[in-house]
Design a protein around this ligand. Sequence first.
Ligand code: NAI
Ligand code: UGA
Length: 451
Amino acid sequence: MTSTTTPPRITVVGTGYLGATHAVCMAKLGIEVLGVDVDDRKIAELAAGRVPFYEPGLAEELSTALESGRLRFTTDFDEAARFGDVHFVCVGTPQEQGSDAADLRYVDSAMTELASRIHKHALIVGKSTVPVGTAARLAQLVTEVAPQDAEVELAWNPEFLREGFAVDDTLHPDRLVFGVESEWAEHLLEDVFRPIIDAETPVIVADLATAELVKVAANSFLATKISYINAMAEVCEAAGADVDVLATALSHDGRIGGRFLKPGLGFGGGCLPKDIRAFRHRAAQLGVGQAVAFLEEVDAINQRRRSRTVELVRELAGEICAGCAWRLSAPRSSPTPTTCATRRRSTSRGCSTSRARRSRCTTPRPTRTRTAPTPTSSTSIRSARRRTRPRSSCCSPSGTSSGTPTRPSSATSWRSGGWSTPGTRSMPRPTGRRAGSTGPSVSRPWHPCTR
Ligand SMILES: NC(=O)C1=CN([C@@H]2O[C@H](COP(=O)(O)OP(=O)(O)OC[C@H]3O[C@@H](n4cnc5c(N)ncnc54)[C@H](O)[C@@H]3O)[C@@H](O)[C@H]2O)C=CC1
Ligand SMILES: O=C(O)[C@H]1O[C@H](OP(=O)(O)OP(=O)(O)OC[C@H]2O[C@@H](n3ccc(=O)[nH]c3=O)[C@H](O)[C@@H]2O)[C@H](O)[C@@H](O)[C@@H]1O
């Protein structure tokens, strides 16, 4: 049933990848939104209509939202506290340095800064990915720091968006999870997400701990699925079998499905590596480390995958050098080794930063001939070297049965092909993914597993 009540006004605290997307999408749904961040440069960029990372479609939606007057940005927490009825906290939760635990200092800081300025009845909603038990601790924290004239409650609403599909995933999620402690909080969240709920999106109402756990359980499952098929790739390589065909065959079993079953370099991205580690760490703290001990193997398979890829690239680079040496002895019109390498690099599409270029160019793509299928595993990297014609029997595990997987032509298709291209997601992060984005005080080199 469609509601006619005015939606609550919201703030989005932390306007990084998740927060900027959430703010823009909420404004698109007709809500008045104030985006808040401690990074004044990021706020200035967003207020000027520029998205400081790459996400398809987001810049256009940002412009539209700014023009509508429903979306504004600020660094002023007092303004945020006055403005919002519902405050979504979307700050980073990177892996702690020297530990597998999640670094919760940004969440703690954002919650404290905000709650200590609220002078009304308001709901603070955590969206960041946190270890189970964090919300209960924060619920106590916000009550303690809130002024006496305030009534502040905490809820948790984990986010499942994928980078590259962030806008669509936010507007059309598979499900909404509301971790709440009162009916008031539940109804307020329903008012915020009304258009999405009206589109028959399932809503799961849970307690705080369950809501937190849904998120880490989902990411752990996805990571496990990827490592599973990559483990099969290791076995295939040793046995002379073809993991792409194996994955395709598995994908036709409806109980298994083909999504997240693409063998490749292993999972990277911003969250899966850090989230499975933080989950193991938290489970151990709770005395149930054994229950998720398998995630250590999931991580190990993933690390092995990367090492194996580097080995393969070295092997293949050897072949390339041999090829170039052969060309040197060919007639003068043949390209020199230098021009070989330059051409190869310049044909890497979408490499608009040096980091992106590096990440693309360290993949095994250069060895493929024009007609060979995209190697998505070490087995297929090897077989691509043997084959010059596409194998019609090989289709992608996602069910696109048209034979040869196509060459990825964008960050999104490259990623969805099972390849990890960390640098292409968030190009203008000059001091590193975490350094520039999680909070101004952290400065360490970007690495997909520690962001
Ligand atoms: N990026 C993604 O695809 C998804 C991320 N998540 C989770 O969402 C959270 C945020 O992730 P991202 O947006 O990728 O991180 P991000 O690093 O892109 O953005 C975090 C933002 O928080 C700001 N910030 C830090 N401390 C602050 C404070 N005290 N007050 C206000 N702003 C502050 C930073 O300046 C930065 O703009 C993480 O917990 C992540 O695991 C969940 C689902 C998807
Ligand atoms: O918590 C998060 O931040 C998000 O993490 C992932 O999203 P994301 O990291 O943006 O990207 P994915 O498309 O899920 O890919 C993750 C990694 O797995 C790899 N992958 C994916 C699928 C596959 O079959 N094989 C494979 O190796 C990708 O190349 C990439 O490195 C989850 O898919 C989101 O649901 C979640 O919200």
